[in-house]
Design a protein around this ligand. Structure first.
Ligand code: IPR
Ligand code: MG
Length: 152
């Protein structure tokens, strides 16, 4: 096999940026339609593109997937996730950001209906099931995306 062809078949880790979009005590979640995490509730976000900052990626993904303009975008944490049993085995380094709506009156739209059943706000104390497992793991470990001192 040619060197180039062999290299093309080697799977590589990818970078994803996802966003805890906070509204009062709630976060925005949508049920995924994907070869990874299908039918589980997950945060908006997606693949980091060449040259992007995490903040730029977060803002672009939110516009593309929900039509929402976001503000106060901040880095929270990063996880290393292997999805080896999924339909499409993959490996993602996932960067978790938080943000708020630029205009609190905005309503999320489902702009990528092939990838998501729809977006809605869910109270942090009453999250839907099943959550996408990397998010579920964070919740189980006590992760809280809200700023310290907020009323969540
Ligand atoms: P896109 O870029 O399609 O929004 O990606 P995604 O939402 O499938 O996210 C990919 C990373 C996940 C699987 C952690
Ligand atoms: Mg996405």
């Amino acid at each position: 096999m040619e060197k180039g062809a062999a290299a093309a078949e080697v799977p590589v880790p990818r970078v994803a940026v996802v966003v805890f979009l906070l509204k009062g005590k709630a976060v925005l979640l949508g049920r995924r339609r994907s070869s990874v995490g299908d039918s589980t509730f997950a945060l908006p976000g997606g693949h980091l593109e060449f040259g992007e900052s995490f903040e730029e990626c977060a803002a672009r993904e939110l516009i593309e997937e929900t039509g929402l303009d976001i503000d106060k975008v901040e880095f929270l944490t990063v996880t290393n996730n292997l999805f080896l049993k999924e339909t499409k085995p993959s490996h993602y380094v996932t960067v978790f950001m938080r943000a708020v709506l630029a205009d609190p009156h905005q309503v999320p739209q489902n702009l990528e209906p092939g990838k998501c059943d729809g977006w809605d706000w869910y109270d942090w104390d009453n999250l839907p099931k099943p959550l996408f497992w990397p998010l579920q793991k964070m919740v189980q470990e006590g992760f809280n995306p809200f700023p310290i001192g907020s009323n969540s």
